[in-house]
Ligand binder design. Structure first.
Ligand code: 3HC
Length: 311
């Protein structure tokens, strides 16, 4: 019953151990997980678009093959995460339906355009780098299927980040035009990648509860600061610079600091008024429709197999 269930749930939280699909859980805990995991899955699927834009334009066969592998990984991450969300009783059709109807959130970062090849490097190094900072702690999320999905995802994100760093390193060591293209990409992706971590802590309505439930392990600002530190160290190896003169390590607080971010822009992107929101949704709708025959064939095949097994 609910009393025994709540007592068990509270014990699991206090012990910082795991809640599994068949365990009793508060409705609000379930809702928070469906919200976050479905958004995470949507982010992976939409995130395929900015990168796929360069598969047919990659500068070499090697780069094309690596980029294709990365985009396929993102699709897999999405399917992994939709499966984790389904264990909470929400169907994939319902989640996909919310996305194509424009009713679901996905990461703000994917509403920006990828205008040069160097953006593939910046996305790998910065966006996947930010995703790693955010996803490593999620490996310890209190909900079993989510934490376990993150372990596999993080291993693949590391490859994504390294290939992005290598693209930037090659360009930065190239001719002046290539170096400028790499710097331009870093300049454009810097602030949007910092905003991936969510609004400032004092404007983050979900954080307190999410941390009490051992879903979010560190605050938005804390992970953002870690990410700035990671980039500040690595950008020197690239011989490039971060477009933020206020990046510095505060010896007293032992944290990395950065300049102000445009949270009005963030709000506009979340409201659907970012540079590429409409295009991303339109492409997703088109892809969903184009995939209709696959779903019909799979359903017909499943029915045929079921009938055969009954006979
Ligand atoms: N983009 C879109 N919406 C965002 C956002 C972002 N970057 N950051 C915050 N929001 C939304 C939240 O969803 C929330 O809105 P809601 O209540 O309507 O859902 C609101 O802004 C307030 O933010 P909070 O900080 O209160 O919300 P959370 O506690 O959920 O924290 C989060 C936001 C840190 C993004 C958290 O949801 C999270 O860790 N999600 C899982 C990680 C994730 O989604 N990563 C996407 C990265 S993309 C990726 O991994 C692909 C890579 O492989 C390239």
């Amino acid at each position: 019953d609910a009393d025994a269930g709540q007592a068990y749930f509270d014990h699991v939280m206090a012990e910082d151990s795991r809640i599994e699909p068949r365990d009793w859980m508060p409705d609000a805990y379930r809702r928070t997980l469906v919200r976050q995991i479905s958004q995470h899955a949507h982010s992976e699927i939409i995130g395929m678009q900015p990168e796929a834009n360069w598969i047919s334009r990659a500068p070499s066969l090697k780069r094309k093959a690596i980029l294709m592998a990365k985009v396929q990984d993102e699709a897999g991450h999405g399917l992994y995460l939709y499966s984790a969300a389904e264990t909470l009783g929400t169907s994939r059709d319902e989640m996909m339906g919310q996305l194509v109807a424009g009713k679901a959130r996905y990461s703000s970062i994917f509403n920006y355009p990828t205008v040069t090849w160097a953006d593939m490097g910046a996305i790998g190094w910065m966006v996947d780098g930010a995703a790693i900072c955010n996803q490593v702690p999620l490996c310890r999320a209190s909900y079993g299927p989510y934490g376990r999905a993150m372990v596999r995802v993080c291993k693949e994100e590391s490859f994504h980040q390294r290939q992005g760093f290598e693209i930037l390193l090659e360009l930065a060591n190239g001719n002046p035009a290539q170096k400028q293209m790499a710097q331009d990409a870093v300049n454009r992706w810097y602030a949007p990648s910092l905003m991936m971590f969510g609004p400032p802590d004092d404007d983050s309505p979900n954080s307190k509860q999410s941390m009490a439930w051992n879903i979010k392990r560190f605050s938005n600002d804390e992970l953002r600061s870690r990410f700035v530190g990671m980039m500040a160290e690595q950008v020197r190896v690239l011989g490039l610079s971060l477009p933020d003169p206020e990046v510095r390590f505060n010896e007293d607080t032992k944290t990395w600091e950065h300049g102000p971010l445009d949270w009005e822009e963030f709000k506009q992107v979340l409201a659907g008024r970012g540079p590429c929101n409409a295009q991303r949704l339109e492409r997703r709708r088109q892809a969903h429709d184009d995939g209709g025959w696959v779903r019909e064939a799979a359903t017909a095949y499943a029915a045929k197999m079921a009938a055969k097994n009954e006979a």
